[in-house]
Design a protein. Structure first.
Ligand code: ADP
Ligand code: TYD
Length: 217
């Protein structure tokens, strides 16, 4: 399969971002897509935000309530964690994609637009993340859609603790914010919305059918 970038540049890698509210099945689908790509002899690197680097670790403490931070500071830290995820010298993903690798991330800048625009205007959050958008725009963003009731059921069943944003009303608001952001940026972003209520296998199949064209161009 020929490897061609969104801008038509040969040998530029693919960058796939998974999005959805907490518990929507993102990490399950990242793994299933990574397996499918390997079966097709396409090397890929799976990653996530918040990252496991120092800024990401600090953010997890805020999410778990171990540290308090103003919502503007939290949003700015997520933007900083994202730039580090892209640009750090050791394993920054921008260089990997530029070198032709496929990178799949569990969350990227649409998470910021959706989770922080309750506290600040969405335009402010988009502006805060402008550098990430300039450095690396996803080949495609895959949004796994479930409602807040289903998300809460899954979270309560599978976790022994609840994080900052894991409240039903917040998740319902975040889901609506995602749709607002997709509508706002539909002319410049490639977005696929999949129903997250099926079995993991069914969802993986639907995602594969939608994304496999990016390696076949
Ligand atoms: P996220 O990364 O979006 O928080 P996960 O992939 O961790 O979501 O899934 C959240 C929980 O729901 C996990 O316990 C997972 O096993 C379960 N799960 C994932 N996909 C599905 C699905 N399609 N149907 C039912 N449960 C699912
Ligand atoms: P994550 O570990 O992906 O949670 P989950 O697996 O439940 O989806 O993300 C942790 C939390 O961080 C999640 O509630 C969403 C939030 N978040 C933001 O608020 N802003 C961001 O920019 C990102 C990437 C995540």
């Amino acid at each position: 399969m020929e490897n061609q970038g969104q801008d038509g540049t040969k040998n530029k890698g693919k960058f796939i971002a998974f999005e959805g509210i907490d518990g929507s099945g993102k990490s399950t689908q990242v793994q299933l897509l990574a397996e499918r790509l390997k079966e097709n002899h396409i090397d890929c690197y799976a990653t996530m935000e918040p990252t496991h680097a120092p800024i990401g670790a600090f953010l997890r403490e805020i999410l778990m309530g171990k540290r308090k931070a103003d919502p503007r500071v939290t949003a700015a830290l997520f933007a900083a964690d994202r730039l580090d995820h892209l640009l750090n010298e050791e394993d920054g993903i921008a260089a990997k994609v530029a070198a032709g690798a496929t990178v799949i991330t569990d969350r990227y800048y649409f998470s910021s637009y959706a989770y922080h625009s309750g506290d600040m205007p969405m335009e402010w959050v988009i502006g805060l993340n402008e550098q990430s958008r300039e450095v690396l725009r996803p080949t495609v963003t895959v949004f796994i859609d479930i409602n807040a009731d289903t998300a809460m059921e899954r979270i309560l069943k599978n976790r022994d603790h609840q994080e900052l944003f894991e409240k039903k009303s917040k998740l319902a608001e975040v889901r609506m914010n995602y749709f607002e952001a997709f509508d706002k940026l539909k002319d410049t972003e490639e977005i696929i919305i999949v129903d997250g209520n099926g079995s993991p296998k069914e969802i993986a199949e639907e995602i594969w059918e939608a994304v496999k064209i990016y390696w076949m161009e």
